[in-house]
Design a protein around this ligand. Structure first.
Ligand code: SAH
Ligand code: SF4
Length: 331
């Protein structure tokens, strides 16, 4: 049970106090909420203990921490903390959160996709992933960004994802700005349209990975149900409505989607949007190999020559299987 539920018949300031204790003081046991009456703390400890059960793994460079979290029903999920300095902002602490246990979409390149789907995470289970790392960092800083790029498809757990974002955005909890959240979707048009109508400034990324239906359907079976044009149509709706820049994610897979021909097709798509293309190095999980560096360079060259903004992000935590698409919720 959530503590807000337990406190619903108490005066309103109790919920504020409890949230302050959890999200600012970062208590992990209600006995530490010393501004609340003892009997209430006992009830809270019994009905909604604050402990989060997780095993952690650190990468060699210590910049990436993966948590394998055990849920109340014994299921396990993974989430990742990435700590780095960037140009605009010192000490960026980004949490990559899971939204489902497994994933029903079965993309052929993704470790989560191979697990199949077990269930959606609750709003609380989503929030706890961020809270866990807030506690972990403690005095060493704050969580600055949250990306929905862990296990699962966020738009197939729409309500819980959006309510978790709104909850963490609230001043009484973390007060994390809407622009600090990013959702990555495999392309669920209903979800994209609904998200457009939310009128919130959360960032949106589309996992495109292939610029034509023939290839994309081979990599991402969901493309048979929602072909590229249908997804792009919903993105156009999103962009007209929000005017926000879209990110196209594109994993570079050796001799699969990294040809000049693909680059040109991708440029054609990108030109229709205010967007950036993120060229992601493929993290090996099975049948494919990563594109060689010189291939990525030529591919990028074509995009840039055609005026498409491209970025290449450094990949985190490969040594602890914490990088994109490697999360599988097992040891
Ligand atoms: N289900 C959502 C969000 C989770 S996946 C989605 O697919 O967008 C987050 C990102 O990691 C997606 O862009 C996904 O395509 C990418 N990804 C999956 N497997 C990967 C791998 N093996 N190497 C690199 N990126 C991968
Ligand atoms: Fe699911 Fe995303 Fe993995 Fe595809 S890439 S299987 S949508 S988690």
């Amino acid at each position: 049970m959530r503590f807000e539920q337990v406190l619903k018949n108490e005066p309103a300031y109790r919920i504020r106090q409890a949230r302050g204790a959890i999200f600012q003081k970062l208590i992990s046991d209600w006995s530490q909420a010393t501004n609340m009456p003892k009997n209430l703390r006992d009830i809270l400890n019994e009905k909604c203990p604050l402990e989060i059960d997780a095993e952690i793994f650190k990468s060699k460079d210590k910049k990436t921490v993966k948590a394998l979290m055990r849920l109340a029903d014994g299921e396990k999920i993974e989430c990742v903390l990435m700590r780095y300095e960037d140009r605009e902002e010192k000490n960026r602490n980004t949490v990559c959160v899971s939204t489902q246990i497994g994933c029903a979409l079965g993309c052929t390149f993704c470790a989560t996709g191979k697990m199949g789907f077990k269930r959606n995470l609750t709003e609380e289970e989503i929030i706890n992933q961020i809270l866990f790392f807030s506690r972990k960092i403690g005095d060493g800083g704050k969580i600055t960004n949250v990306v929905f790029m862990g296990m699962g498809e966020p738009f197939l757990n729409y309500e819980n994802v959006i309510s978790a974002i709104k909850y963490l955005n609230d001043k009484s909890t973390m007060g994390l700005g809407m622009r600090r959240f990013s959702i990555s979707t495999a392309g669920i048009p209903e979800g994209i349209k609904r998200f457009a109508d939310e009128n919130i400034e959360v960032n949106l990324a589309l996992s495109l990975h292939a610029p034509n239906d023939e290839l994309r359907s081979k990599l991402m079976p969901i493309n048979k149900k929602y072909p590229i044009n249908e997804v792009l149509h919903s993105l156009q709706y999103y962009q007209n409505k929000t005017r926000r820049k879209i990110m196209f994610e594109y994993i570079m897979i050796d001799r699969v989607n990294d040809s000049d021909f693909c680059a040109n097709q991708l440029a054609g798509i990108s030109k229709k949007f205010i967007c950036a293309v993120n060229l992601i190095p493929y993290n090996t999980t099975g049948i494919f190999r990563a594109s060689p560096a010189d291939r990525i360079k030529s591919f990028r060259g074509i995009l840039e020559q055609r005026g498409v903004e491209t970025i290449q992000r450094f990949s985190f935590g490969k040594d602890i299987k914490a990088a994109c698409g490697q999360l599988a919720g097992e040891k």
